[in-house]
Design a protein around this ligand. Structure first.
Ligand code: HEM
Length: 161
């Protein structure tokens, strides 16, 4: 009887933990998201005290303010802030040449690592506040029909350009 009670308790605790985990990973944002130009993103590079810090990975802009011990002014990964640092994250490199969104020539291993960090660090830990214009728009400035927002089923692109 006691064993059965412990089992029931274990199942309840386990399901609650798994449900919490699932909620965290798949919780769609209810906040409105925006489109960021490179210049707008640059304004959130951690240099202004008390101002939100943003960075993008794979064209998704995250609010990384709560990680300011990583991304704030003088912090070790401050170079990644205020820009789309996809290449640097994929290569785990802070070389200035890698501080770009350009994935050209990344190896399979680097692309896998990028996806892992994107899912397990950025999407889990930080709220999505928008997308880079380069991810959402085609070269002629029109909305890219192939764009699929992350966890943003309500996201609509208005053709204001
Ligand atoms: C000596 C080399 C390095 C060491 C010892 C190191 C160590 C660490 C540690 C301890 C964490 C924190 C893990 C946690 O608490 O969640 C971390 C996170 C991280 N590291 Fe490094 N790191 C190194 C180099 C790099 C480089 C070169 C990059 C370049 C992109 C990088 C990118 C990151 C990122 C993006 C995170 C996640 C930060 C977050 O949670 O927002 N690391 N690193």
């Amino acid at each position: 009887m006691a064993t059965a009670r412990i089992c029931v308790l274990l199942v309840v605790v386990l399901s609650a933990t798994l449900a919490e985990d699932f909620k965290l990973k798949h919780k769609p944002s209810t906040e409105a998201v925006r489109l960021f130009t490179e210049e707008e993103l640059r304004r959130h590079d951690g240099s202004a005290e008390g101002h939100p810090i943003y960075m993008a990975v794979k064209g998704v802009v995250f609010d990384v303010t709560k990680g300011k011990e990583f991304y704030g002014r003088g912090a070790p990964y401050n170079a990644l802030a205020g820009k789309d640092a996809t290449r640097a994250v994929a290569k785990m490199s802070l070389d200035p040449a890698d501080l770009t969104a350009d994935p050209t020539g990344l190896t399979e291993e680097q692309l896998e690592s990028l996806d892992r960090v994107f899912e397990e660090t950025y999407k889990r830990k930080y709220p999505i506040v928008g997308y880079t214009a380069a991810r959402v728009l085609s070269d002629d400035g029109r909305p890219n029909a192939a764009f699929r927002p992350e966890d943003q089923p309500q996201f609509q692109i208005k053709d204001e350009f």
